[in-house]
Design a protein around this ligand. Structure first.
Ligand code: FES
Length: 409
């Protein structure tokens, strides 16, 4: 199932209608203040680590980052040692990066290839690419090792086309169910493992809570100010149409300015989203930390932001993708420009975000006050409390759920 033409038209119409609205929407609740300490409190960050990052499907890599059997990539975005490995059968699997002998890390570099086997650097225990223990030196010195119980610990891992997700919860629902309407809208992605190629993957540490850059990516209130010389020249910020979706996911279209075109010579990626990528910047937020953003019909970028050891530190990742052959020469310079331009706009946010964290850390801000156009941020907070369990969230940090009637099912 892809998007119906009626849905495509309604998304465009709702963005256009927003530009005409001059009063607060009738029937929409006033959004309660969001306690600022949710961006700084160590106890709250621990709850998020357990319930949000410990039990959600998380996009951690693109298949092009593991090109051949034996390719591996450490998942350093989460606070558990996990490694992705492409097997002899082409399947990408995730394991604890933990040898079953005495716990040494099997791989220490960020990425590379191990050939046919994973070999522990400490005492040379050897594992097949599917995690099976296949041998260890001086076997006669071990009385009764049960090899079958000593395979590497598997971590839930699933692909959605070229995108690799992991989930630390062995009982999590299947990825497709978790994605819900996002997977339906972008169902073509499932067949794009060979087609949607990784153009670039950039990451950088940012001195702010993981939610602060996510917030910036899911609202447009700041576009005319932070991005006044860049994105605001192309986008019509008041024409921001938003649909809140189940499980904390959402979609957004920001209309395009008169006379601006997002057309390009790049091959169109998705037919099933109609002309939405030409109508403006069209994007999805996938709970908790993934934004899927169309930079026109032929260019897509995936933004994730990750807690990084402290409530006021995170790491920002962007995977830039296009439906072009690897090492495409025909569109190489255009792709370079698209990466530079879009990355430049994203990182303009970093001119203001550290100041927010400094204010919160100093106790100078008690709460975040959100407008209607920032309601995806409130929806994210509601979803966070939902997955943690509202009764586990201290009362002074809780957000009351008010958006239930405004989620489109
Ligand atoms: Fe891996 Fe000893 S810890 S072989």
């Amino acid at each position: 199932m892809t998007m119906s033409s009626a849905l495509v038209e309604s998304i465009k119409r709702r963005a256009a209608d927003e530009a005409e609205r001059t009063t607060y929407p009738a029937g929409f609740p006033v959004l309660p203040p969001v306690p600022a300490a949710r961006y700084a409190d160590a106890g709250f960050a621990a709850l998020e680590a357990d319930a949000v990052f410990g039990r959600s499907w998380l996009m951690v890599a693109h298949v092009d980052e593991l090109p051949v059997p034996g390719s591996y990539r450490r998942v350093d975005q989460i606070d558990r040692p996990v490694v992705l490995v492409r097997g002899d059968d082409g399947t990408v699997r995730a394991f604890s990066n933990t040898c079953k002998h005495r716990g040494a890390a099997l791989v220490r570099d960020d990425a590379g290839t191990v050939g046919r086997r994973l070999t522990c650097p400490y005492h040379n225990w050897v594992y097949a690419l599917d995690g099976t223990l296949v041998g260890y030196p001086e076997a006669h010195n071990f009385a009764d090792l049960d090899r079958d119980c000593l395979a590497l610990t598997p971590i839930r891992c699933a692909t959605w086309g070229p995108l690799i997700f992991v989930n630390l919860d062995p009982d999590a629902e299947p990825l497709h169910e978790f994605l819900g309407p996002v997977a339906d809208d972008l169902s073509e992605l499932a067949g794009m493992e060979e087609r949607l190629r990784l153009v670039a993957h950039h990451q950088r540490p940012v001195p702010v809570n993981w939610k602060i850059p996510v917030d910036a990516n899911i609202e447009t209130y700041h576009v005319n100010y932070v991005h006044k010389d860049t994105a605001a020249r192309a986008l019509r910020q008041p024409a921001t149409g938003i649909q809140l979706l189940p499980k904390g996911h959402s979609r957004m279209l920001i209309g395009v300015q008169e006379g601006v075109s997002f057309a390009s010579p790049l091959p169109t990626i998705f037919e099933g989203v109609g002309d939405l990528p030409l109508a403006g910047t069209f994007s999805y937020h996938v709970f908790p930390n993934l934004s899927i953003v169309f930079g026109g019909p032929g260019f897509l970028f995936l933004i994730t932001n990750w807690p990084d050891g402290a409530p006021n530190r995170s790491t920002y990742h962007v995977h830039f993708c296009a439906a072009v052959p690897p090492d495409d020469s025909e569109h190489g310079s255009l792709l370079d420009v698209l990466v530079d331009v879009n990355e430049g706009v994203l990182f303009e946010d970093l001119t203001v975000l550290p100041g927010i964290q400094a204010s919160i850390d100093a106790g100078a801000l008690d709460a975040v006050r959100l407008s209607y156009q920032e309601r995806r941020i409130y929806a994210l907070h509601e979803a966070i409390d939902r997955v943690i369990g509202a009764d586990r969230v201290p009362g002074h940090l809780r957000v009351p759920p008010v958006l239930g009637d405004h989620v489109e099912r």
